[in-house]
Design a binder for this molecule. Sequence first.
Ligand code: ADP
Ligand code: MG
Length: 724
Amino acid sequence: MSNLRFQALNAVLTRSVPEVTLPSPKISDFFGCNVFDRRKMKDYLSKEAFQSVTDSVILGERIEREIAEQVASAMKAWAISQGVTHYTHWFQPLTGSTAEKHDSFFEPSGDGLGLEKFTGDALAQQEPDASSFPNGGIRSTFEARGYTAWDPSSPAFIMGKTLCIPTVFVSYTGEALDNKAPLLKAVSALDKAAVGVAQYFDKSIEKVNASLGIEQEYFLVDLALFNARPDLYLTGRTLFGHMSAKNQQLEDHYFGSIPGRVLAFMQDLEIESLKLGIPLKTRHNEVAPSQFECAPIYEEINLAIDHNQLLMDLMDKVALRHNFKVLLHEKPFAGVNGSGKHNNWSMITNTGKNLLSPGKTPKNNLMFLTFFVNTIKAVHEHADLLRASIASVSNDHRLGANEAPPAIISIFLGSQLSNVLDEIETSRITGKMKQEPTLWTNIPKIPQILLDNTDRNRTSPFAFTGNKFELRAVGSSANSAAPMTILNLIVAEQLTKFKVEVDKLLKKGEKKDVALMTVIKKYIKESKSIRFEGNGYSDEWAEEAEKRGLSNIKTTPKALDVLVDEKSTRLFEDTGVFSTREIHARHEILLENYFKKLQIEARVMGELVNNVIIPASVSYQTSLIENVKGLKEIGLQEDAYTAQLDIIKKLSYHINIVRSNVLEMVNERKKANVIEDAREKAVAYDEKVKSYFETIRYNVDKLERLVADDKWPLPKFRELLFIK
Ligand code: ADP
Ligand code: MG
């Protein structure tokens, strides 16, 4: 083992920077070249088929079988022209990553010959033997079938020599087993509700798309060093490791100049992403050493999420070519910042209007205020659900760790918009103010908010940033579909309620603008407690939030409870986004994921302690003992080896603590493992097993500081974070 660390360090020293060349100096020449996009569809499809696919994408209309047949053969023709041999339905099971099962186009015809085939049926639906995907008890083993069904709104693409067709994944009995199916339902619910409300202002609005731009943070470590750390390759994070003397305290990494090897990786990643139609735009160093970020330009939400899933996959593949490993874990290194995935979200109409962009005229402002305040109200009503949607064992390390938003959901608006809402709250809208001119003067002017708004608050989990909301609490490894399903769903529900309230006032004969403002004002008042402009990292905020009645649920097993409570169940059933069976299954899967990951971490800890760390410490201790014996032998007194004795004793001290805590932890694990109920088991893992991690780690890190450097087997933080 000890050899492996030094072999790895040697390997890093001999790395060269691979040359990366742009396929063409103009990005537009190769952007989307691996995607069966609209342009290619137009070339390969009949007019009728092209129109049908377009309608399906824009209006959600069904695609007839005959058309599917045409699309399939067009896709095949295009793919084969690109050297593709296989196709796969590409889907997002609840494992968190993506899944694919490749089939060859080639089919033997029985006479020793054969031909390339791809039918409409094969495009529209597949039946992967899916018994090993998480299903939360929905599929009993005797009914292991699952179906994948084509999602025409996300274009097919080529990865390697395979044509990938984005699909949803459902069980034989129709329950969603993936992340995409519920997202599509929530997005469509939002569309319907938002159009209903938008029509108060503009009858030409027929469609509202949620838009999403995802900023992705990640760490890069050298592949050889990564492979010398079993904790990294088995759990995605370092379970041990003393902090490097230099870390992020000088703040010299953020936006700093990008090291050559990293830059080459980024360029390569960008090229591969652009070829797949992912509009990567931004790259920079992040706060922690070896931490970076990339972000595409925002897109329609379903596509943006597919693209982010694809991006994570690409990062992994491209990194290998550069002898890097990408760490998407939320907290790979204790002591420096973790990684998140900022979800920039808005709503955009078919007329091209961003509903969260303040307008120049009062009428536009009223429309903005309507959507703005409804979003705030939705988050106020369902803050716990949003919290649950970002809960995971790895994100627990980050939320509330004074570097990422706290586990308390609150909304930051910036002083200008806060003032606007305060003004409305205290203004009198009803009563005498029924004449138009008076009303408009009572809608405060909303400044065209500076897009490069300096009024930024990095400590808020949900912040308004000029023309969009930014959910910052999402974990870096997460599939954004989970939180975005919830966000779209709760805003949809809220807008529907809003319309009912406004319509009621209209029926009573109230003027439209007065009716709108009346309900808006009421919502501002009702949702006030969720707004917070101060420092979200401070202890005062935790106290204040508690007074306001906001929840602060720190760990996943408990944060997930809300998914299956009565209020949520009703919301899910009413909107059709999750059936009760589906949400219970999901709850179960999330809990299982939680304790299974902790179980793996606990096992890795035990293994490393017993087989790597204690042996290394003992071996060093033995060499000290030999030394002391020798000094004694040549007749020296104790003052000649006090230091050695001290180290020998300290080593024993920490070895004993580490060993006894591991034994106790294993005991607790055994107890937890026999618990049947998933929630109870997850709580036991959280409270009884995980509670040993800190002590074990603390003492292992002490040993790291005592043992001679050349005897320490695991690459150190300074090497992982600084050597490239
Ligand atoms: P930041 O300053 O927050 O780091 P970035 O430029 O890195 O900003 O990322 C902002 C993200 O927000 C980008 O993906 C951008 O395309 C996206 N964005 C901008 N406008 C909208 C919008 N109307 N809806 C959704 N996302 C948007
Ligand atoms: Mg941002």
